[in-house]
Structure formats: C-alpha cells, structure tokens
Design a protein around this ligand. Structure first.
Ligand SMILES: *[C@@H]1O[C@H](CO)[C@@H](O)[C@H](O)[C@H]1NC(C)=O
Ligand SMILES: *[C@@H]1O[C@H](CO)[C@@H](O)[C@H](O)[C@H]1NC(C)=O
Length: 444
C-alpha cells in the first residue's frame, strides 16, 4: 500500500513564505528567532529612555535587494522578509514604505541611499514630533508650518496601508502613461502583497484580477510572466480568490497563454499559476478537463526535453489524483461533516483518472523516469503508482517502463550499498527502492 504521507508533499505551488511585518511597531523575539526593531517612537510619553534598548541585538540594514539574514540578526519593522525555500535562509529587503520614506525624506545629503538605519529613522520621526511640540509652545517656531505639513504628509505615507498601496498600484498599472518597466515593477510589488489572504481578496474586489489577466494576455512576455506569478500567488491556498479567478475567466486565459507563449520561464510561471488555481478546487479541475487542459499539458510534456516542465506537470497531476483519493478515503469524523458530502460530490465529477488514460498519460509519465535527476524520477514513480489503478494494463505492456524500473532498482541498490560503506544515511535511496518495489509488485 502506498502512503501519501511519506516524503512530504510534492506540491510546488507554494514557493515563497512571507512574514507580514508591515506596520508593526513592536519589538519581539519569537521562537522563530526573527527580531523586529521598532521604526517609530512607540507612542509612549515624552521620555528619552528608549534609545539604548536594542543595543544587544545586531540590526541588519536592508536595501532594495534581497539579502540573506544571518541567525540572530534583527530587522527594522516594515522590512520585507521571505524564506528562500531553496537555501532555507531568510532574506530581507526594504519594505515599500521604507523605500518611499527613504527616497523622499533623505534624498539629499545622504552618502548612501541604499542602506536604511533604523536609528536614523527613529530620530527623524522624533524630531518631527518635537518640532510639532515646540511649534505649539513657541509662536516663533523654528520651521515654517508648510514644511511641517509636508513632513506630516510623509509620515502618513509611512503608514500607508496595504489597501492604499494596492489602490495606488492598480491605478498606476491601469494608466495609459505607465511604461512597461513600471508595470513590471508594480506586478512585483503586488506579488509580494497578495501572499496575505486578505490582500489577495481585496485586490479582486478592486478589480485587480482583470488587469492581471490583461497582463497575461499581453504580447510582452515579461508582463505575461509577472502577471502569472501574481495570479498564482493570489490564488494559492485562497479559495475565495480561486473562485473569483475562475469566474473572471482565469482558467481559459491561463490555458491559452500556456498553449501560445514561447519562453520556458514564462511557461513555468503560467504552469505555477494553473497548478495553484486547480489545487483543492474540483470545480476548476472539472473545467480544466473539459476545456482540453490535459491536451495542452501533453503537448507541453512532449516538447520539454529538459524535464523541468515535465516534472512539474507530473507533480501537478499527482497532486490532483491524490487529493481526490484522500477525499474518498477520509475517516468517520470527516464523513459526518455535511460539507464533506458536497466535496465528494464535486470531486466525483472530476474524471481525471479516466481522462489520463484516454489522453495517453500512462505512456507519457514513464518517460520522466529517463531523467538523470533523482527528484524527477521520484515524482514520476509516485505519479505512476497513483495512476496504477487505470494504467496497469498499459504498464504491463510497456517494455521500456519495465526495463527502466529494473535498471533503476539496480542503480539505487548500488547507491545504498556505497553509502553504507561510507557510513552515510541512505534514507532517500531506500525510499526510491521502496517506490520501485511497490510498482513492480503491482505490475506483476
Ligand atoms: C481601469 O480604467 C478603466 C477606464 O479608465 C476603468 O473603467 C476601470 O475600472 C479601471 N480598472 C481598475 C481596476 O482600476
Ligand atoms: C485576451 O485576448 C483575446 C484576443 O486577443 C480577447 O478575446 C480576450 O478577451 C482577452 N482576455 C483578457 C482577459 O483580456
């Protein structure tokens, strides 16, 4: 029996984890060891005592580029922090507000505009408040009122909410004066924002979805790529946005783009968006199948000799098969949940397995075993197992598949042997042998 739990999920539609820190004016040390440093006077009374408090922590100075954060380093509040899943490291760069504040307030007289000093920021904010106070007490203030108003306006910008930022970005994106370069920058900013569930929903209610689909439909491949990235991030794990996206025609636009766009990196992002749109959404999966989605994927699969698209396609199919299986294997407690019956009903309409067989996938997926990448082969093996119930007859008559299984088993057994000689853990290769064994048992 093949377990879905082992080896972690194959899902690749969640690439970036974001830690939303916007607007937080608190300093905390969590078990996650990410420390956020205040960027503003915490609203307390006029005391001066706060200046020494972060002496103990090393504050990392973000700039416009993503930079790796070392363990124990703190970041100024408002910074963008993400987890790089490839390296496992945290990365940081200036947040939108910080960038704006920095460029508008400190443009003159600074040696480096690339680095922001949280202490500097703090002092600047205090100074403005002090200036205001002295304006109150001394009629002949040091600074003209107009200048103070300007400072206050910039303070407002500093606390511009995500909703305001998105409204401004969408208006800019929609303006005919905006250049392609600016649109690309806007899409990157939106991509960051929509990782938050509420932000993605707000973006939809502002009409942002149609602008993003317009970008996907664009003749500029850079706009296509970035629009696909925003769309994928917005729908990932966000059922409300998934529904709106499908209602807004996203599925059709994604399939059309996938079938027509040329560059590999664009196809990758479009496939990412498609996978996120279909994930845990049987209604979209049903329409994907009835709109010829598998046909488009099989053309993509055949044309992709390098294997990166192949493995992503196979992973996506595997995810769909296994999520449906899990719905029908659910335990008693789930069955008592009234929405569970409805989910089962919806999944029952997704005739994925039959279509996979009809459209030739029983012969296509084994081709991925010929890859030299262990990871690609692993994904192929898992998908082959998941498809076995409909593909078994075809596997049995596929001499190339049977040969691959035989030689891969030999190869992984040897790898296990040589790792044992070296005294290393061989967990991964042992798992590969187990997968091959399970498949061979079925095929016999
Ligand atoms: C874009 O502009 C058009 C016309 O100027 C307007 O009708 C539409 O609502 C705008 N879309 C968004 C999302 O702001
Ligand atoms: C994409 O372009 C096609 C034809 O160029 C058009 O029919 C369709 O409405 C467009 N879709 C979107 C979402 O802009």
């Amino acid at each position: 029996m093949f377990s879905h739990a082992g080896g972690g999920s194959l899902t690749w539609c969640f690439l970036v984890l974001l830690l939303p820190l916007l607007g937080s004016a608190l300093s905390h040390k969590s078990e996650g060891a990410l420390t956020v440093v205040e960027d503003a006077d915490g609203g307390g009374g006029g005391g001066v005592g706060g200046d020494e408090e972060e002496d103990a922590v090393e504050v990392f100075q973000p700039n416009e580029q993503w930079q790796t954060l070392k363990p124990g380093q703190a970041v100024p509040a408002g910074s963008h922090v993400r987890l790089n899943l490839q390296t496992g490291e945290r990365e940081v760069r200036l947040g939108e507000e910080q960038l704006k504040y920095w460029t508008q307030e400190h443009r003159e007289g600074e040696k480096s505009t690339a680095a922001i000093d949280p202490d500097e920021l703090k002092r600047a904010m205090k100074k403005i408040k002090e200036d205001l106070r002295s304006q109150d007490s001394k009629p002949s203030g040091f600074r003209p009122l107009e200048e103070l108003k300007k400072d206050m306006a910039e303070l407002d910008l500093l606390v511009e909410t995500d909703v305001q930022i998105m409204r401004r970005l969408l208006d800019q994106f929609n303006s005919s004066d905006t250049t392609t370069e600016q649109r690309l920058a806007i899409l990157q900013e939106l991509e960051y924002l929509v990782h938050q569930v509420d932000n993605a929903q707000t973006l939809c209610s502002m009409g942002g979805l149609s602008l993003i689909l317009g970008g996907l439909n664009s003749s500029d491949v850079r706009l296509q790529e970035n629009a696909a990235f925003v769309l994928g991030s917005a729908v990932a794990s966000n059922p409300v946005v998934q529904v709106q996206a499908v209602e807004g025609g996203a599925l059709q636009t994604l399939l059309t783009t996938l079938a027509t766009t040329q560059p590999l990196h664009v196809k990758k992002k479009v496939l990412f968006a498609l996978a996120c749109l279909l994930r845990h959404f049987p209604y979209a999966q049903h329409h994907f199948l009835s709109h010829g989605g598998l046909q488009i994927l099989s053309e993509l699969f055949r044309a992709d000799a390098g294997g990166i698209l192949r493995t992503r396609i196979v992973t996506m199919l595997y995810d769909m098969i296994s999520e449906k299986e899990l719905i029908f294997q659910a335990g008693l407690d789930a069955v008592q949940d009234p929405s569970h019956k409805e989910r089962q009903r919806q999944y029952a309409e997704v005739s994925l397995q039959d279509q996979l067989m009809e459209k030739g996938w029983c012969r296509l997926v084994p081709q991925l075993l010929q890859s030299t990448e262990h990871d690609y082969r692993e994904k192929a093996l898992r998908a082959l197992l998941a498809m076995a119930s409909v593909c078994l007859d075809q596997y049995r008559s596929d001499s190339s598949l049977l040969g691959s299984l035989h030689s891969l088993r030999l190869q992984y057994s040897e790898l296990i042997q040589s790792e044992m000689i070296l005294g290393e853990e061989s967990g991964y290769f042992a798992e590969m042998v187990e997968l091959i064994d399970s498949l061979q048992v079925k095929v016999k």
